[in-house]
Design a binder for this molecule. Sequence first.
Ligand code: DC
Length: 216
Amino acid sequence: MIIAIDGPSGAGKSTVAKLLSKELGFEYIDTGAMYRALAYKAYIQGIDINESEIAEMLQTTDIDYHDNRIFLDGKDVENLIREEAISIAASKISALKIVREKMVDLQRKIAANKNAVLEGRDIGTIVFPDADYKFFITAPVEERARRRYEQLKANMIEADYDSVLKDMIKRDQNDSAREYSPLKIADDAILIDTGRMDLAEVVKTLAAHIGGKNVL
Ligand code: DC
């Protein structure tokens, strides 16, 4: 069974997808981490994010995802890819056609023959258009920015709310306006606004849709 969870950044997708996968005993696959790992490699190696440079980089790049962790060329980079600079680079790299083709292919392979919860932007539209359940999780951008700001502060990362909000608006625009696989809600997805819900409530709502009321 494939459960697709899409939506903009900061809507609570990761927390919800992780909790849901745990409750259901399904595998959790964070597709954003794959784009982030590629962005991280380009960033630390000073590779310009354009189609030809990244096409070359991809030839010698290995991305893998297992046990809730992302691996870049065999190294666990899960804790290195969450900074704002990488978020911005990931948004840019994920707009490239070659990157999308490779990652979508990889995501299908990783989830093949598994019960999995996949989290991303295009899971219900492109990666698994026949997913058993599709959810689109969102919240007003000011609320998403506030959550991201609190998260950065809690992790002792310096940030100010206005810059976080500005970056988030920019990232929303990039993700929604790009030519290949833009962020959009699948026709048959269930829309959930988490603006006024706590994340445990959101998980319960999803589980209820899946018919898993008793698993929580
Ligand atoms: O969910 P996230 O913030 O970790 O995602 C990082 C970037 O990757 C974000 O700019 C959107 C992009 N992304 C994508 O284009 N497609 C996906 N399936 C997942 C993420």
